[in-house]
Design a protein around this ligand. Structure first.
Ligand SMILES: Cc1cc2nc3c(=O)[nH]c(=O)nc-3n(C[C@H](O)[C@H](O)[C@H](O)COP(=O)(O)OP(=O)(O)OC[C@H]3O[C@@H](n4cnc5c(N)ncnc54)[C@H](O)[C@@H]3O)c2cc1C
Length: 473
């Protein structure tokens, strides 16, 4: 039988890889998807986006129940948390979506090849060879005209530490037998802040230790400042500008020694410590050294079509240099690479059009330039800010924390950035993504009708606020 030569072989079945596979198949290409574990979905589905958001929803319901009487719901008594049921629900959500992916692979006639994929070098006569090592170490070969690397990332560890029962990464923390009594979170990016939010809701004493001067450091400074205030109000001990010196095991858990922002040594003890200090791309051991692909601090350099310096070898997702490590970025990069391989039109990923969502309580949704970035770029900046305190739907929800901030260019009124902290911010940001994609102006958006009563009206008020003309504040 003639050997199959695929149009594209994809290494890694996370959101970047499976999205590339589906889109390539939709273009009519013959696709192989190589995955080393027995389940598709990657970090995102198994130990990232989906399980964390499932737990955050449990936390939200739990928080609502604490205030049931305020909503006229009596007789709840003292709710108790069935943690095993919480984890069971989370796992059922994951299983449902793994099955969904399996269905999609069949629907699109994608050949899923189990095993560990490794490039063997440049293409020979236009065909790449990928070695695939099965669980029993038997090596087979997949041949394809193009290869997309989508191997994802692992949590970084602090030097000398290893994940175990008390030192946790995103993996271990998602299957704890019960919420810890106390938790130190090292790192105040999205992952650290989301776990802090989850476990604080369930009653854990949470301490956050962040090296940089502010939490969620990629966000607009005003967002970091207000989130810090609200976390402290929730009883979370937030320490920024703090350098971790030592993490030691104790009889009861862990002891973290750090130097605080004033240069003083501080020691905190807790039952568990979560290390959430970033993620390292899985770029070793995939055969990159046998190609011309270039690395930048361990991540792969690509052009605007996601192609590496090795012709026909593409990279998408968390392994790519210069893009945020987010599922929706990886998925879009997969669609871009698939379009390029199929010879179809595509729009390159623009860094300033990527929404960033942090599903904390309250949530953050942002897109485009922060106020500081817009000023650095030389724009004459105008800012409009509207607090959720003036929004009637927020009152109905009983959630007035936060604000919408619009960063606009004062010359043409173009909206450069939208930064939301507050209820449903991660849903509201979709409007802002569309506005930025279409290069909308403040004037246009001030006359775009927003339904009443909605949280989205806070955007309308914030556009107005740029001209000093919010209605509800
Ligand atoms: C706790 C947490 C919460 C997060 N929440 C969000 C969120 O809410 N929203 C968001 O956008 N992002 C979130 N992220 C980030 C998101 O999970 C990643 O950006 C996303 O999973 C990256 O997708 P990927 O396909 O590049 O890699 P991965 O999801 O890591 O998938 C890579 C796949 O490749 C496989 N693989 C690796 N090497 C090989 C090989 N050599 N051969 C075969 N298979 C291989 C792996 O087994 C895996 O299945 C979160 C991350 C964490 C840790």
């Amino acid at each position: 039988m003639a050997e199959t030569i695929f149009d594209v072989a994809i290494i890694g079945g996370g959101p970047a890889g499976y999205t590339a596979a589906i889109r390539a198949a939709e273009y009519g290409l013959k696709v192989a998807l190589i995955e080393k574990t027995d389940k598709l979905g990657g970090t995102c589905l198994h130990v990232g986006c989906i399980p964390t958001k499932a737990l955050l929803f449990n936390a939200e319901i739990w928080d609502h129940l604490k205030h049931a009487a305020d909503f006229g719901i009596a007789g709840i008594g003292t709710p108790t948390l069935d943690w095993a049921a919480v984890l069971k629900r989370k796992n059922a959500i994951i299983t449902k979506h793994v099955k969904g992916l399996e269905f999609l692979m069949k629907k699109h006639k994608i050949s899923v090849v189990p095993g560990y994929g490794r490039l063997t070098g440049a293409a020979q006569e236009g065909v790449h060879t990928v070695d695939v090592a099965a669980a029993d170490d038997a090596v087979s070969q997949v041949k394809a005209k193009n290869v997309i690397l989508a191997t994802g990332s692992d949590a970084k560890m602090l030097p000398g530490l290893e994940a175990d029962g008390s030192v946790l990464t995103n993996i271990e923390i998602l299957s704890l037998a019960e919420p810890p009594k106390s938790l130190i979170v090292i790192g105040a990016g999205a992952v650290g802040m989301e776990f802090s939010s989850i476990f604080r809701s369930f009653g854990t004493e949470v301490t956050v230790v962040e090296f940089l001067p502010r939490v969620v450091p990629v966000e607009d400074e005003e967002i970091s400042k207000e989130l810090t205030r609200l976390y402290k109000k929730r009883g979370i001990d937030v320490n920024t500008g703090a350098r971790v010196e030592k993490v030691e095991k104790t009889d009861t858990g862990v002891k973290v020694t750090y130097t605080d922002a004033n240069g003083k040594t501080q020691v905190k003890e807790a039952e568990k410590v979560l290390v959430a200090v970033g993620r390292a791309g899985r770029t070793a051991n995939v055969g990159l050294d046998k190609t011309r692909a270039e690395l930048e601090r361990g991540l792969i350099k690509v052009d605007e079509a996601q192609e590496t310096a090795e012709p026909g070898v593409f990279a998408v997702g968390d392994i790519v240099a210069g893009l945020p490590q987010l599922a929706h970025v990886g998925a879009m990069a997969g669609m871009v690479a698939a379009a390029k391989i199929a010879g179809r039109k595509f729009r390159p990923i623009r860094r300033d059009r990527i929404p960033g969502c942090t599903y904390t309580e309250p949530q953050i949704g942002s897109v485009g330039l922060t106020e500081a970035q817009a000023k650095e770029k030389g724009y004459a900046v105008k800012v409009g800010k509207f607090p959720f305190a003036g929004n009637s739907k927020a009152t109905i929800l009983g959630n007035h924390d936060g604000f919408v901030k619009i960063v606009a260019d004062s010359k043409y009124g173009e909206i450069l950035g939208v930064h939301i902290l507050g209820p449903q911010a991660t849903e509201l940001i979709a409007e802002a993504v569309a506005v930025l994609e279409l290069e909308g102006t403040v004037e246009e958006m001030m006359f775009a009708i927003h339904a009443h009563p909605t949280l989205a009206e806070s955007l309308l008020d914030a556009y107005g606020a740029v001209e000093g003309m919010a209605i509800n504040a």
